[in-house]
Every structure is written in structure tokens, then in C-alpha cells.
Write a protein of this length. Structure first.
Length: 329
């Protein structure tokens, strides 16, 4: 694809047409990468709604991180955009605001967007209530919360609908009716956020690391641990304390990696002695990948929690052990 066409795709994806919410841009030959794992930042205040991260297109796919956004109107919910297979390539279907959540390709974006509808929160009497099992919310500042566990047992990292290997979901009659109803374009903050992700070299580097993390099978395959931004308080002693806390966390997470790598190496050796078939080898590798990604999720969440506490002046080290569980996409 030449530069002119690449620029046309990027511009088309950033154009937020109020007249149509169907496929936009020109087709891209290959599908977007799998959904990366990442930690959700702390909700900045009452009324903000989570809009999940997604893949944009420039000269290649690049990651646009999720963000908390104030909706255009009280009662509005976000229908994420998604990549879908068309007649001759993959097209991006733009997201929109509306009174209900419509079809977004059956893509599991996590944090309540599990392929159908939204489980992360709801409107009630003009206030948005947050499901704290799925959102990073400070309950000391935001009191309109509830706690409902959702079993996302069919979690998938596939990031596109249709085509070879894509999600096979189709819009229901209700979702079709929502698509034909009132729509509001993404707000200016979302457009600026998407443009910044496309033009920021640091974001491109983080995108590459995220893609590597999602594809990693063993801890040794992971990129180096991303250190958080240490708050600059102006108090030298306090800044040094925060830096030591982050150094301690990074050291602990590196130990977690080494421990898991040693465990997986041992399992490799045991299986090699048994001279098992390829199916068992593949099963072990899939299990190792799941362990590695689960650890990575937990580590990302630990760093995010520490940064949030430090920025609020709390400090206090980090919670959690070896990184099990952790962030959802």
C-alpha cells in the first residue's frame, strides 16, 4: 500500500461523520493484531465512562489506548468501533454514543465490553453507577457504585469480525434497531486522543511492547518491565522514596518472571523425557502462554496501583504477590 493510500485510511478513520456509522476508509489487506492486555487507569471522576482501546491504522496498525470520557449527554453509552471483513479487505466501523449499546462486532474489549452490551456500569436517575468488579474506581471519591461479578468465560483476544479466524458474531435485531437510532459522534477528546496515539513515537514503542506481551509464551519472551512515571513533588526526600518503591516493585516483578521461567523450563524437561506427542507439547505451550499473560496482567495492575497511590500522595509500596490474576483487557 503506498503512502497516499495509507494517509487516506488514517484520515478516513479519524473523520467522525454524523451522517453514517457504517464502514469507513479503504480496505486494509491484513487483520489487526490480537487485543493486548493492559491495566485500566483510575477513573478521574464521577460521570466518566470507559471507552476501550482499539487498533488504528496508519502505515501499519498502531494501538490507541482506552480512555475515560465524559459522554456528550447524560444517559449516553459508548458503542466501541471495530474492524470487520468486507468484500476485499478489513474496514473500520466507527464507534458512537447513544442511549443504548449497539453492535461492536462481538469483540471482547474487556472491562465490561465482552462482545454484547456493556456490563461495566449503568445510568440511574441521571447518575452513572460503576460496577467496581470491572472498573478501577476510587470508592472514597465516587459513591455511586455497585458490585456484580460477570463470568467472561469466552474471553478472546481476536480483534476483528469476519474473515479467516475472525469473530463470527452478527448483529441481533435489537442491535440493528440501535444502529438505526440516534447517534452522536465521538467527542473531541476521543479524536485528539486517537491522533496523539498515531503521532506519538512513545505510544508507538508501547504499542510494540504490548503486541509482544500479548504474543509471549514464556517470561523470557516479554519486553523489559515498563517503569511508571515517578511523581515530581518538589520534595527530594519524598521523590527518592517514590523511586525506591518503584525500584522495589520492579525487582520483585523480575523475580516473579525468573521463578515462573524456571518452573516452565522444568516442565519442558520433564515432557522431553516422556517423549510425548506434538498435541501434548502444544497443550503445554498454550498453558505456559496463559500463565505468562496472567502474570503480566498482574504486574501491570500493580504498577498502575502504585502510580495512582503515589500521585495521590499515598505511597505505601504495592499490594499483591506474584502477579496472578490482574488486569483485564
Amino acid at each position: 500500500m503506498n503512502l497516499a493510500n495509507s494517509q487516506l485510511v488514517a484520515v478516513s478513520i479519524l473523520l467522525l461523520s454524523t451522517a453514517s456509522f457504517a464502514q469507513i476508509g479503504i480496505p486494509v489487506a491484513g487483520p489487526p493484531p490480537p487485543m493486548p492486555y493492559y491495566a485500566q487507569p483510575l477513573c478521574p471522576g464521577d460521570g466518566y465512562i470507559w471507552t476501550p482501546g482499539y487498533w488504528g491504522w496508519g502505515d501499519n496498525y498502531y494501538w490507541i489506548p482506552g480512555m475515560w470520557v465524559l459522554p456528550p449527554e447524560v444517559g449516553d453509552l459508548w458503542t466501541p468501533g471495530y474492524w470487520g471483513w468486507g468484500d476485499d479487505g478489513f474496514f473500520f466501523n466507527e464507534g458512537y454514543w447513544g442511549l443504548s449499546v449497539g453492535f461492536y462486532g462481538g469483540i471482547d474489549y474487556g472491562f465490561g465490553y465482552f462482545g454484547r452490551g456493556y456490563e461495566g456500569g449503568r445510568w440511574n436517575n441521571g447518575h452513572f453507577f460503576y460496577n467496581t468488579t470491572l472498573n478501577n474506581v476510587n470508592r472514597s471519591d465516587i459513591r455511586n457504585v455497585y458490585n456484580t461479578r460477570v463470568n467472561d468465560s469466552q474471553a478472546s483476544r481476536v480483534s476483528y469480525n469476519g474473515g479467516a479466524g475472525g469473530v463470527s458474531a452478527r448483529a441481533t435485531s435489537q442491535e440493528q434497531a440501535i444502529a438505526a437510532g440516534r447517534h452522536v459522534s465521538p467527542v473531541a477528546a476521543q479524536s485528539q486522543h486517537a491522533l496523539a496515539a498515531r503521532t506519538d513515537p512513545e505510544a508507538a514503542r508501547q504499542t510494540a511492547n504490548s503486541a509482544r506481551s500479548s504474543a509471549s509464551v514464556h517470561p523470557k519472551d516479554l519486553p523489559a518491565i515498563e517503569r511508571g512515571t515517578t511523581p515530581a513533588t518538589g520534595n527530594t526526600k519524598q521523590d527518592q522514596k517514590y523511586q525506591k518503591e518503584q525500584d522495589k516493585l520492579v525487582a520483585k516483578q523480575n523475580q516473579d518472571r525468573q521463578k515462573l521461567q524456571q518452573q516452565q523450563d522444568k516442565e519442558h524437561q520433564q515432557l522431553a523425557k516422556q517423549q510425548t506427542n506434538e498435541a501434548r507439547n502444544q497443550g503445554m505451550e498454550q498453558r505456559h502462554q496463559g500463565q505468562t499473560q496472567q502474570m503480566q496482567q498482574g504486574h501491570m495492575q500493580q504498577m498502575q496501583q502504585m502510580q495512582s497511590r503515589q500521585q495521590s500522595g499515598g505511597g505505601g509500596g504495592f499490594r499483591g504477590g506474584g502477579g496472578g490474576g490482574g488486569a483485564r483487557r
